[in-house]
Design a protein around this ligand. Structure first.
Ligand SMILES: Nc1ncnc2c1ncn2[C@@H]1O[C@H](COP(=O)(O)OP(=O)(O)O)[C@@H](O)[C@H]1O
Ligand SMILES: [Mg+2]
Length: 429
């Protein structure tokens, strides 16, 4: 942290009392990644201090010196975080100009806040119109920063910030859980964005084995005491598996029976979605009130199937049911897994996909040695061999399922809800 924070005069301390008062109502900021690019110490310093506020304890914040040009350079190679804060002393038109270059390297899902030095209504309107979340005029205080971040990510009126991805198998043993864990890990690792994996297979779940974890508490605590669940309690149940990945593990024990009512998981899933930008739901291959409700409510559903007749029949039933339950949502994604088991008669990929009316999002070969070694060692596939074609496929799925659709291309990539496209339009006027 910068020493500047301590070298403050009387006036600054008076301002801090006001800060404390205005911040007392704010809720904790979820597990988001934030990067700031500052041109002046007077902006960098309150941002750094905001990063140390207890409300920001879960967020990952990094402050870089250098403004928009440094950010553009930085994101040529690095993934963009959930939030980018940019300070710019540029005059309004030059600022808009430089942002169009940033949009080319910025993921559309990243939010952007600008701290400028011009109190200019035209600039403000132009930025908001182009998908910038907020424009704040310097000087700023630490409370301003925490306030802006809260207003974007913890507005209680707003929907939870996290998206949920539910993975379900067309049969047991098709690799749905393995895929859920590996895609979750890939998202956390590739995009440096927080992921919570929830293992909903309380009796037999394997996430604890696959991530080499032995947590004493986990999802059972949450579903058996839904009234206790809030972000703080959830935190205690999460086991950290990787830098940006935590697990809500299943007890994987038969001491209890697990007869849940239909909404048993709603509270914990909702809380997880308020605390992380992505929640991966590993849904077991069962059809019950609660599993149907989890699948019906997820933002995205991934069906894993192997190329056999019973899988096709079940996948077809699942797809038809999901279309009925979620008429206004995109079709579920289909992964055909374990293709090419020696001597096994298999349905060709095209013949499998055709009756479902879904183009498979991925086709993964049967590789028992690779999958077996990873599982036995409690490692992810990407940790075993990052170069493997299967890992490349998992990484592509990570892109598709987070709306990044393809590996970051430098050209013509719309950012901030299509800032680039709109800027081109407004330039023509
Ligand atoms: N493509 C594959 N090739 C070989 N083995 C696989 C493949 N995908 C998954 N497996 C293995 O299949 C077994 C069942 O996987 P799992 O993810 O538990 O299935 P599900 O959750 O659908 O019941 C695991 O041992 C896993 O390592
Ligand atoms: Mg499973």
């Amino acid at each position: 942290m910068s020493n500047l924070a301590y070298e403050r005069d009387e006036g600054a301390y008076a301002a801090e009392d006001a800060d404390i008062a205005s911040m007392s109502q704010m809720r904790p900021v979820p597990r988001i990644s934030i990067q700031a690019f500052c041109e002046t110490e007077s902006v960098a310093s309150p941002i750094e201090r905001a990063g140390e506020d207890r409300r920001m304890a879960k967020a990952h914040l990094k402050v870089h010196m250098g403004g928009v040009p440094t950010a553009i350079e930085f994101y040529q190679t690095a993934p963009t975080p959930n939030l980018i804060i940019l300070e710019s002393r540029a005059e309004p038109r030059a600022l808009i100009q430089s942002l169009s270059q940033l949009a080319e390297v910025c993921d559309p899902t990243s939010k952007v806040v600008i701290i400028g030095h011009y109190n200019d209504v035209w600039l403000y309107r132009e930025l908001i119109k182009n998908g910038i979340s907020e424009y704040v005029v310097a000087p700023i205080s630490m409370a301003d920063i925490v306030g802006v971040i809260s207003s974007i990510f913890v507005d209680p009126e707003q929907k939870p910030i996290g998206r949920s991805l539910a993975f379900v198998g067309a049969k047991g043993g098709v690799g749905s859980s393995t895929l859920a864990h590996n895609v979750g890990w890939a998202i956390s690792n590739l995009f440096k964005s927080e992921v919570v994996v929830a293992d909903l297979d309380l009796a037999f779940g394997t996430a604890n084995i696959n991530f080499d974890q032995d947590p004493t508490q986990g999802i059972a605590e949450a579903v058996f005491a839904p009234e206790r669940i809030d972000e703080v309690y959830l935190d205690r149940l999460l086991a950290q598996c990787a830098e940006h990945l935590s697990l809500l593990a299943a007890p994987s024990s038969l001491d209890r029976v697990y007869d849940f009512d239909a909404e048993a998981f709603s509270q914990v899933i909702d809380t997880a979605q308020r605390s992380a930008p992505l929640v991966v739901l590993d849904v077991p291959h069962v059809w019950s009130g609660w599993s149907r409700s989890v699948l019906a409510q997820a933002d995205e559903v991934v069906i894993t199937a192997t190329p056999e007749l019973a899988n096709l029949r079940n996948a077809k039933n699942l797809v038809d049911m999901l279309k009925k339950l979620r008429p206004n949502d995109p079709m579920p994604k289909l992964v055909i897994n374990q293709v090419g088991v020696p001597k096994r008669p298999e349905i060709a990929v095209a013949d499998f996909a055709d009756p479902l009316g879904i183009e498979p999002a991925a086709v993964i070969p049967f590789e028992p040695l690779f999958f077996g070694n990873a599982a036995n060692n409690g490692r992810m596939l990407g940790e075993m061999d990052a170069k493997s074609p299967i890992v490349q496929t998992v990484n592509e799925l990570a892109h598709v399922l987070t709306g990044r659709s393809e590996v970051k291309s430098k050209k013509g990539k719309p950012g901030f809800g299509n800032l680039l496209g709109r800027l081109k339009l407004s330039k023509k006027k």
